[in-house]
Design a protein around this ligand. Structure first.
Ligand code: F0G
Length: 350
C-alpha cells in the first residue's frame, strides 16, 4: 500500500522515528507516455502528472515534509506567500496535522479561484494583498523571522527535500533518469528539488544517468532568462507570475551543472500546449503546467532534439480544474438548443 512519500523514501529524507508524519498519501503520481508528443518530437515523451496529488499540485510532496518538520519542532502556526497552490497545500496539510494554524498571503485578483477556494475551505487565514507574489514573499520572510511562525515557502529546505522525491519516482519507473527533464519555473524551488533528487539517486547508484534540466518561464515573467528582476510580471499562467525567484541561483546551478537550459515560452505557446495536452493526451493541467510541454515543442521547432535519442520527462505541475475559467475562455462555447430530437440530431451531424 502506498502511504506517502516520507514512508516510501525515508532513507533519503531528514526524518527520524520521532518525526510525526503528516501525510495525505501524496506522490506515486502517473508517468504517462504521450504518443502524440512522442511522434511530434521524435523522442519518447513522458508526462509526470503531478496534478493528481491530494490537493492537485506537486506542492504536496514538499508540504508533507515541511508540515511534519514544523510539528516536530513544536510550531503552532505556519505561513506562506503564494500564487495559489502552495497556499492550498499548506492549508490542507495544516488542517491534517490537527495542530497547526495556517496563514497565507496571496496577490489579490491573480490567483485561480479553485486555489483560493481550497485555502479557504481548509480554514487558512487568507490575506489578499494589493501587490504581487514577490511583495507577498518579502512580507512573509520578514514576519516569520520576527514572530513564532514557520515559513513553508520553498526556501524552507524541507520543501525541497520532499519535492525531490518526484525525481526518484521517475527513475524508479523508467529504470534510470531520462535524458531530458522539462519543468515550469516560477519561484524556482521545483527545478532545484528535481536536480537535487536526480543527483542523490545518481550518487547512490540508483540511476546511472543525469538528465539535462530544461526550465521554462513565461515570457512576461522571465527574470532568469533575462538576467534581471521583472518588477511587474505578467502572464496568463498565474502560478508562475513571479519576477524575483527565491531560488534563482540554485536554478542557474541546476541549469549549468546539468548542461541544460532555461528558456521562455509565450502565453500563446502555453495556451496551445495546454489545449494540446487536454485534446491529444487526455491530460487536463493548469496553464503554468503546460509551460514544460510548450518549452519542448519550442525546442523541437528550433531543432534542439535533432539527431538526439532518449526520453524526455515533462513535469505537469498542477490540475486543470484549479483554473477552469481559462479553459472555458479558450475553447468554443457549447451551442444552446431546444430539447428537440431533430434539432439535436442535426447539430450532431447524424
Ligand atoms: N507550476 C505550478 C502549477 C505552480 O503552482 C508553481 C509554483 C510552479 C509551476 C513553479 O514552481 O515556484 O517551484 O518554480 N507555485 C508557487 C505557489 C509559487 O505559490 O503556489 P516553482
Amino acid at each position: 500500500m502506498w502511504t506517502g512519500i516520507i514512508q516510501h523514501y525515508r532513507d533519503f529524507l531528514p526524518v527520524s522515528n520521532k518525526t510525526p508524519i503528516v501525510t495525505l498519501q501524496e506522490g506515486n503520481t502517473p508517468l504517462l507516455l504521450s504518443k502524440s508528443l512522442s511522434q511530434r518530437v521524435g523522442l519518447e515523451v513522458y508526462l509526470k502528472y503531478e496534478g493528481l496529488n491530494p490537493t492537485g499540485s506537486f506542492k504536496d510532496r514538499g508540504m508533507t515534509m515541511a508540515i511534519s518538520k514544523a510539528l516536530e519542532k513544536g510550531a503552532r502556526c505556519v505561513m506562506c506567500a503564494s500564487t495559489g497552490n502552495t497556499s492550498a497545500s499548506a492549508a490542507a496539510y495544516a488542517a491534517a496535522s490537527g495542530a497547526l494554524k495556517c496563514i497565507v498571503l496571496v496577490p489579490e485578483g491573480s490567483i485561480a479561484l479553485g486555489k483560493l477556494a481550497q485555502a479557504l475551505i481548509h480554514q487558512a487565514k487568507v490575506i489578499a494583498i494589493k501587490g504581487n507574489f514577490d511583495d507577498a514573499l518579502t512580507l512573509v520572510k520578514t514576519i516569520t523571522q520576527k514572530y513564532p511562525v514557520e515559513l513553508v515557502n520553498s526556501i524552507n529546505p524541507f520543501r525541497i527535500e520532499g519535492q525531490k522525491t518526484a525525481s526518484f519516482e521517475v527513475c524508479d519507473r523508467l529504470g534510470d533518469a531520462p535524458e531530458y527533464h522539462a519543468i515550469p519555473v516560477g519561484n524556482a524551488g521545483n527545478i532545484t528539488a528535481y536536480w537535487q533528487g536526480y543527483q542523490e539517486y545518481h550518487n547512490s547508484g540508483r540511476a546511472k544517468r543525469l538528465p539535462k534540466m530544461l526550465g521554462f518561464q513565461a515570457s512576461g515573467a522571465a527574470p532568469i532568462v533575462r538576467g534581471k528582476v521583472v518588477s511587474e510580471p505578467e502572464t496568463i499562467a498565474t502560478a508562475i507570475r513571479i519576477g524575483n525567484p527565491a531560488s534563482w541561483k540554485k536554478a542557474l546551478q541546476a541549469r549549468d551543472e546539468s548542461k541544460g537550459l532555461i528558456d521562455e515560452v509565450t502565453d500563446q505557446e502555453i495556451l496551445e500546449a495546454y489545449k494540446r495536452l487536454a485534446g491529444d493526451s487526455g491530460v487536463f493541467v493548469e496553464p503554468a503546467s503546460a509551460a514544460s510541454v510548450a518549452g519542448i515543442l519550442k525546442l523541437h521547432t528550433q531543432g534542439y532534439f535533432q539527431n538526439k535519442r532518449g526520453r524526455i520527462v515533462c513535469t505537469l505541475t498542477g490540475h486543470g480544474l484549479k483554473d477552469p475559467h481559462i479553459a472555458v475562455e479558450n475553447i468554443e462555447k457549447p451551442v444552446s438548443l431546444p430539447p428537440d430530437m431533430d434539432v439535436i440530431l442535426k447539430a450532431i451531424g447524424f
